[in-house]
Design a binder for this molecule. Structure first.
Ligand SMILES: *Cc1c(COP(=O)(O)O)cnc(C)c1O
Length: 228
């Protein structure tokens, strides 16, 4: 994908996002676009920054650290991939939000290392609403228990939920999973008293449906940067 194409694709996606926000009665500009730059070089990120995109997502620690160091400061980075405990110390200072915290043990590592580094880790709890055995995430039935335990960790702020629905070519199929995540969030807010404002859901093939079902952050890679 040429560099001009990145700017053009970003413009198109922002237009589609605005239309989806309007259609679903949401405030225009209320959904954040996390541009997933994994596998793409720092030059592609810089081109996106030149087109006004400031939020990026990465899913591998080594790659993220190298790319973040190579890009001029000012961009906001989120970590969207599964994390092993032994990588938390390296990535915690580099990213503003961790989308894929999928166990109490990992949440505990974030809090403990956050204490050592003097920072609070902002995270989302990944929920496996599709009950897809191949995906990470806690089962919906376990979410309340895990969330309640996360809420008392001193250096952790749980800001919401994230899901990756089962692979499908059909956005309408994903829609049910997005709605399920929103309904689960609303239930958990009522039962735990935590605000849980963020819903991270929707990728290149289904972000319109995700916005219509309440996403606050969509994670879009290939539709911006091209095929991997
Ligand atoms: C790669 C990835 C994305 C982006 O997927 P695209 O289909 O390229 O938009 C979103 N979320 C997660 C967790 C990913 O790993």
């Amino acid at each position: 994908m040429t560099m001009e194409a990145i700017a053009e694709r970003l413009r198109e996606i922002r237009g589609i996002m605005a239309a989806a926000e309007r259609k679903s009665g949401r405030t225009e500009g209320s959904v954040r676009l996390c541009a997933v730059s994994k596998t793409f070089p720092a030059e592609a990120v810089e081109e996106a920054i030149a087109a006004g995109q400031m939020l990026f997502g990465e899913s591998r620690v080594q790659e993220a650290a190298a790319k973040i160091a190579a890009v001029p400061p000012g961009a906001e980075w989120h970590f969207i991939g599964h994390l092993q405990s032994n990588k938390v110390r390296k990535i915690l200072p580099l990213c503003r939000l961790f989308h894929a915290v999928d166990s109490l043990a990992l949440a505990g590592d974030f809090s403990r290392i956050g204490g050592e580094l003097g920072v609070t880790a902002a995270v989302l709890l990944q929920v496996n609403v599709a009950r897809d055995g191949a995906k990470f995430g806690v089962d919906p039935e376990a979410a309340e228990r895990v969330l309640a335990a996360m809420a008392v960790l001193p250096r952790l702020e749980v800001r919401g939920l994230m899901t990756i629905p089962a692979l499908s070519r059909d956005g309408e199929e994903a829609r049910g999973h997005f709605a399920a995540l929103r309904e689960l969030r609303d239930r958990l807010v009522g039962r735990t008293g935590l605000p849980l404002p963020e819903l991270s859901m929707g990728m290149s093939g289904d972000f319109v449906e995700a916005i219509e079902e309440g996403a606050t952050i969509i994670r879009v890679g290939s539709a911006i940067f091209g095929g991997r």
